[in-house]
Design a protein around this ligand. Sequence first.
Ligand code: SF4
Length: 300
Amino acid sequence: MIFPKQRYQCIQCGKSCGQWRIWVEPDLVDSLRRHPLALRLQVAGQPYLVEHEGGWHHLGYDKNGRCFFLEGERRCGLHASTGWLSKPRACRQFPFFLVETPDGTQVGLSFRCSAVQQNLGVDWEQHRNDLEQLAGSGAYRRVGFEATSMGPVRLEWRDYLGWEASWREQLLRGFCLRAIFYHHLVTHLGLELAEVDFARLVQNWTLSALALLQTPLELAELKSNGESIRYFEHVLERKWLWLGENFLGRMLLLLVGEQLYWSAGDKALDLVEGEWLGHREDLGPVEHGLADTMLQFCHR
Ligand code: SF4
């Protein structure tokens, strides 16, 4: 188990207990229906479980968008009465992202979580049992066991780790990812584009992303702060670049995420993590498109 630098301890803010669709794994549905709290909700006519075609179920929410199992303002009634394992797997897993690497299971965190955003946490040993239960009972993405490629460049896991360490170190020194990746692409892919034109390209892609997200924002200047450094360093640490269809495309997608972050003000983390980098699964075609465009400017 490889624990991240970033910290976490649930502060029971209730943010992840409403609005987001929580699917219930099929083998938990029956025991959930027999749970004493569910029986009470059933008698009260509350739709705590919603059935979909194909027999899939997700948790239902009340008129305020809150999970019916919440007690009081923020406490999960399932967890409080019958323990962590009686909650759907999606609830147990949030805010963790687990990835299998040649060095062990890398623990990542979602920056949608209030505690993660504030870097509130306890010693990682206190999470070990829960994480080992999750890791031992589910299938997770495997990265780095085979080489990948960055455009025409073959990329081995050990080389990547060296790159990641260097990028994270540069972030900590206050450089933005756009500058870091620009110099990387010049060195490794022979990118023949002035830095100012590269910046303009990223800004144009970001305008397209804003149209896709239907979020009207003005583009803002990149300027590192403590939160942005912590967030983007963790995105690298959780091996996000390996989890898409195209490594180079993902690097460019991350630059769009960085520009979105600077443009979104105090909603930056929710927008970038929730709708672009952390919880979005349909951007494969965008990755390929960005990579193809970039390779047109490269000569190797
Ligand atoms: S968002 Fe994070 S801190 Fe808030 S309830 Fe969910 S896991 Fe806990």
